[in-house]
Design a binder for this molecule. Structure first.
Ligand code: SF4
Length: 97
């Protein structure tokens, strides 16, 4: 009986660990400070967000961008807090593949 309980606990612990690791892999840790990682989103200032593109790099072409209701409407970002412009840019930019 103890072996069965230990196996279930071990399996449960493994699954919890796997779920935690997979959720952590989705965050672009290399661009986000430890403080930002602890919070849900980073401030615009911390990510050096600007309302204009940096060359060809802009929010629309970033994997972190969540579009607004229309193509020209402000959207949101998975990393940066608040509304972001489709043509905005920050240092956490990660191109869509
Ligand atoms: S460029 Fe920065 S602000 Fe814009 S969507 Fe990407 S991560 Fe968010």
């Amino acid at each position: 009986m103890n072996k069965v309980i230990n196996k279930k606990l071990s399996r449960r612990s493994f699954l919890k660990g796997a779920a935690l690791l997979s959720s952590m892999a989705a965050v672009p840790v290399s661009f986000v400070s430890q403080q930002a990682y602890a919070a849900t989103k980073a401030s615009k200032a911390a990510m050096q967000y600007v309302d204009h593109p940096n060359g060809t790099k802009n929010c629309v072409s970033c994997i972190q961008y969540i579009p607004g209701k229309t193509a020209k409407a402000d959207g949101t970002c998975k990393v940066v807090e608040g509304a972001v412009k489709p043509q905005g840019y920050c240092i956490a930019f990660a191109p869509k593949v």
